[in-house]
Design a protein around this ligand. Structure first.
Ligand SMILES: Cc1ncc(C[n+]2csc(CCOP(=O)(O)OP(=O)(O)O)c2C)c(N)n1
Ligand SMILES: CC(=O)[C@@H](O)[C@H](O)COP(=O)(O)O
Ligand SMILES: [Mg+2]
Length: 634
């Protein structure tokens, strides 16, 4: 196996093109085999085997810098840079990261997980390189989906203006996670498919060069003629007008074509954009046939192409999608907006049921948020369906457009809390802190999927401004679902377990489960804590908080969110702002660092979101002398 001889990119340089082609097939086989056990982003990586080989063959990483957008398609890069032996640990706790990771290799020069950052990063590195007088090459690899992200266009605007030497590789496989959307996608499609463009291109470009440069007013007309002719036939003219020299479309699975194109591009001074056409899932028929399903998934049977655990969508996602349909049948104002995650956000059935009322805007969270604000001002009832982590992209729009104008936007915040294998770039752990501090915002989290349904009813009945419900990436909690949907009084908590002396205020199913486990452990100490479903993170249940203080409870708050500025902070602020200093409050949540990939259970264990930790914290709140004597609480 040639693959066994490849331990660094230098090993590639000795190979012939036929050998590289053989190596490509071996890498494909390696990916299919390894990911059948670990799961992961199979289709994106099968699509970039030849492209990544060409990069490492022609450039000189890490001196030349490769910047992968999103980074979910960096497995081949990792195989070629000495990490193929770690693939059994892919996306596992303390194992190989599923995205680019600087701590893993000197060849990893830019980390991501969120899309559309590669061009800004490339520009920053190009400017730094030139200021330092260095001469390394900078190559950004961005997908057609990531190109729909607003900051990619912001970067292109800057790059085209400064005209720094860099190479942008547009990996165009017509797919985002779902089929790609948008005018840019349609434009790329035209370039990709219109053979006419390519056939006449050479002749016309040749002709254009023949038009003599002439003086006077005629010159302007001739120039305008050249430009309009150029527009007609030169492919990639949109990129050219933005200051890039466009090459393509190039077959991204043909090494010879890739090498030829890269060699031509090397001669260009200034930014170059190479439009590479690839097949997402290339070389594994189930993934080629349905690259949406195979964008990222769990373990599978190679022969049958069946996932080992036919894991439906996370139960909250599914309940959200089904309940939204139920509500939309009675309310034609309801419109769903998703930034490129229709399936992940549970909106596919809604889209089928209500054509035209599910808007996939591409990877454009900022646009999605402001769009919702305007939809609401015009009398619609928009739901912004977004993962907690990706919602971070739209913070200003949420403040400036949605909340400040007090619009009736419903937020369906999915993947709230630890998400597991995607790790630190995807944890949904900051939205409590950043949403609760915005005026007019209401923020809820259900104790189970049945309460999610009632919260959705609450949200869509609410007409006092923005209202958000956050829910975790959880499969199969399994509770009885109420037929009738009843709105929940805003700001009302619920005692789910009576107790004395201590009260655990827990937000969301994972935390309520944790509280119940801690209560079990505490029985032997004669401590019987009250457990409260703190289902509103804003506004707080002020009556209950006053009552808990007056009844002398010691409080612990539990949140699967950043403890800095989170729910526990809100409770502390509540008491402090009323001059109540005699109540003990212990906020328990995620400490101030980024929690890497693993399972949510391992992540909770790592940060101390465990029953044992709660027991320790509770005992620490007992009066010193009683503790010292090892006495049980009163
Ligand atoms: C800001 C942001 N929003 C959403 C996502 C979720 N996401 C991950 S990959 C992806 C599609 C990327 O498409 P493309 O860039 O074309 O890469 P491909 O998977 O096709 O290789 C999306 C939407 C993300 N990573 N970042
Ligand atoms: C790479 C990326 O951002 C997406 O593919 C993300 O991994 C999807 O997450 P879910 O699997 O939770 O839908
Ligand atoms: Mg794509």
């Amino acid at each position: 196996m040639l693959l066994n001889q490849i331990n660094s990119p230098a090993d590639l340089k000795k190979l012939s093109v036929p050998q590289l082609e053989t190596l490509a097939e071996e890498i494909r086989g390696f990916l299919i085999e390894k990911l059948s056990i670990t799961g992961g982003h199979l289709a994106p990586n099968l699509g970039v085997v030849e492209l990544t080989l060409a990069l490492h063959y022609l450039f000189d990483s890490p001196k030349d810098k490769f910047i992968f957008d999103v980074g979910h398609q960096s497995y081949v890069h990792k195989i070629l840079t000495g990490r193929k032996g770690r693939f059994d640990t892919l996306r596992k706790y303390k194992g190989l990261c599923g995205f680019v990771k600087m701590s893993e290799s000197e060849h990893d020069v830019w980390e991501a997980g969120h899309s559309s950052t590669s061009l800004s990063a490339a520009m920053g590195m190009a400017i730094a390189r030139d200021l330092k007088g260095e001469d390394n090459k900078i190559v950004a690899i961005i997908g057609d989906g990531a190109l729909t992200g607003g900051m990619a266009l912001e970067a292109m605007n800057h790059i085209g203006h400064e005209r720094k030497n860099m190479t942008v590789i547009l990996n165009d496989n017509e797919m985002s996670i779902a089929p790609n959307v948008g005018a840019l996608h349609n434009y790329l499609n035209k370039i990709r498919t219109d053979k006419h463009y390519n056939k006449v291109k050479e002749e016309f470009e040749h002709l254009l060069k023949k038009i003599p440069a002439i003086g006077g007013t005629l010159a302007k007309t001739a120039e305008r003629l050249k430009d309009s002719l150029k527009y007609l036939v030169v492919t990639g003219v949109w990129f050219e007008e933005l200051g890039f020299k466009y090459f393509g479309p190039v077959d991204g699975h043909n090494l010879t074509q890739l090498f030829e194109t890269f060699k031509q591009a090397e001669k260009v001074n200034g930014p170059v954009l190479i439009h590479v056409i690839t097949v997402k899932g290339k070389g594994y028929l189930p993934a080629e046939a349905d690259s949406h399903a195979w964008h990222g998934g769990g373990p599978y049977k190679i022969e049958s192409g069946q996932f080992v655990k036919v894991v439906g969508p996370p139960v909250y996602t599914d309940v959200f999608g089904n309940t939204l349909i139920e509500l939309a049948e009675k309310d034609e104002r309801i419109v769903a907006v998703t930034p490129a995650m229709p399936k992940g956000s549970g909106l596919e059935k809604f889209a089928d049921a209500f054509p035209g009322r599910m808007l996939d805007v591409g990877i454009a969270e900022q646009h999605a948020a402001t769009l919702c604000a305007a939809l609401s001002l015009e009398g619609m009832k928009p739901v912004f369906a977004v993962y907690s982590t990706f919602m971070q992209r739209a913070y200003d729009q949420i403040v400036h457009d949605i909340c400040r104008q007090n619009t009736n936007v419903v937020f369906a915040i999915d993947r709230a809390g630890f998400v597991g294998a995607d790790g630190e770039t995807h944890q949904g752990v900051y939205d409590i802190a950043f949403m609760r501090s915005i005026p007019n915002m209401v923020l809820m989290m259900p104790k189970d999927e049945n309460e999610l349904r009632h919260m959705m009813k609450t949200a869509f009945d609410y007409n006092e401004g923005p209202i958000a419900v956050r829910y975790p990436r959880l499969n199969g909690v399994g509770v009885k679902m109420d037929e009738e949907l009843k709105p929940i009084p805003i700001g009302s908590w619920e005692t789910v377990r009576e107790g004395e002396k201590f009260a655990i205020l827990a937000s969301g199913a994972p935390m309520l489960e944790l509280a119940a486990s801690a209560a079990e452990l505490l029985k032997s100490d004669g401590i019987n804590p009250r457990i409260v479903n703190a289902r509103f993170l804003k506004p707080l249940d002020e009556n209950m908080l006053i009552g808990l203080y007056e009844d002398g409870y010691h409080l612990l708050t539990l949140e699967e969110g950043a403890v800095l500025g989170g729910f526990g902070s809100a409770v502390l602020e509540f008491y402090a702002s009323r001059g109540i200093y005699g109540v003990k409050v212990k906020p328990i949540g995620i400490p101030d660092y980024f929690v890497e990939h693993g399972s949510p259970k391992e992540q909770r264990q790592e940060v101390g979101l465990t029953p044992e930790r709660i027991v320790t914290e509770m005992k620490a709140m007992l009066p010193r002398k009683r503790q010292a004597a090892g006495l049980k609480s009163r």
